[in-house]
Design a protein around this ligand. Sequence first.
Ligand SMILES: Cc1cc2nc3c(=O)[nH]c(=O)nc-3n(C[C@H](O)[C@H](O)[C@H](O)COP(=O)(O)OP(=O)(O)OC[C@H]3O[C@@H](n4cnc5c(N)ncnc54)[C@H](O)[C@@H]3O)c2cc1C
Length: 455
Amino acid sequence: MPDYKAPVRDIQFVVNEVLESEKVYQSLPGYEEATEDLMNAIIDEGARFAENVLAPLNRVGDEEGCQWNPECVTTPEGYKEAYAQYVDNGWPALSAAPEYGGQGMPTLMGIIMSELAGTADWAWVMYPGLSHGAVDTVAEHGDAEQKAKYLTKLVSGEWTGTMCLTESQCGSDLGLLRTKAEPQADGSYAITGTKIFISAGEHDMADNIVHIVLARLPDAPAGTKGISLFIVPRCNVNDDGSVGERNAVNCASIEKKMGIHGNATCVLNFDGARGFLIGEPNRGLNAMFTFMNTARIGTAVQGLAHAELSFQGALTYAKDRLAMRSLTGPKNPDGPADPIIVHPDVRRMLLTQKAFAEGSRAFLYFLAQQGDIVAKGSEEDAKVADDLMALLTPIGKAFVTEVGFESANLGVQVYGGHGFIREWGMEQIVRDARIAMLYEGTTGIQALDLSLIHI
Ligand SMILES: Cc1cc2nc3c(=O)[nH]c(=O)nc-3n(C[C@H](O)[C@H](O)[C@H](O)COP(=O)(O)OP(=O)(O)OC[C@H]3O[C@@H](n4cnc5c(N)ncnc54)[C@H](O)[C@@H]3O)c2cc1C
């Protein structure tokens, strides 16, 4: 696995010089604390955490993977300790709202931390990453009691969240989902069904897991208009906020898969589990769409992360590996051959990777900043930013994840045969990068979104 060196200067260049973030955030009520100095300090600290704590886990996570047992899923060695450190340092709360214990930094800062941590180890960052969707859903659509019960613990990172949409018969077409929600006398719902492919659905890193589950009420219309949204905690939560007895939700198995081995991809059985409706009945998909854009930017970051990591590995190797002579005469006359970076075809590959990483970073940070304008800008500015995001987010998700995978492949090519060999770590990047074009809406589904905008 290439050593990850966080590209702090590149990140700060986009934040400060390209996007003029301090100026933007000083004009957005609630984000005034986001000065250039503070943002730079956060980036420096995040870079240190990513390089020192997370990067060493990337290979361990791939080799060891997760282990299932009937009670729990054990994450790879070091994952749990790194998560405890992440929570102690306050990272989960970075861009969450202050009323729930968050630090109130812009979403852009959260996206940057996700890039730093995710480039160091994407499989690891998915555990805290999934919580953001749960936080946004409960904050936007939960009632006062739900917010009080779940948000502070999710924001602090004491508990993590999941998004439970997919079932064996449906992923892209959620109108086909079958999980049932039966109303109970006490106002709760009994949730019954099986969800598959649930990232971070079970693990040993936090005291509780808050599942956000899509299910159907008994009288629900067919298709997407009959889907409701529920909170289903792994362990019930007592009135005083403490973790109670186990709910009827169990991890039946975890998937053996192509990449991101360190992240548990779970089959979850809900067997009359106690759940609580979020928002209005039959409006579950609408509720989810309110944070779809930020969630998709979060997934697009994976493409950026793998483009960057593969580029760093390829660049180091190309400066070191010797083969033949430069077309313009020897560049290493005292050595037996020139480093391969002198060859036009190798330069083409490296520069393509570099362009993908830097362009993707600028694109995604721009989108994240537009999201902040939607959240805190004037009505007029928010409308323009929202329209822009509706158009650009599916492009961002599809394009950046596709070029992230292309870049990972180019990285293997720069290494020649050694790229195919496991010990160099370049083939892991290809395997890890592949999933980003599939989840959070496949590339084809992003394209479909775009065609719907025009209708
Ligand atoms: C490792 C991993 C982690 C995951 N994590 C989660 C998670 O945390 N929570 C969760 O709920 N789900 C999760 N998923 C599920 C993931 O979101 C789905 O697999 C994905 O949405 C695709 O759904 P599908 O697999 O059912 O494919 P399908 O929907 O069956 O699609 C198959 C193919 O048909 C294409 N297609 C379908 N409809 C159309 C159309 N109308 N037009 C053009 N093309 C179309 C698709 O683009 C795709 O190429 C995860 C999956 C994996 C593998």
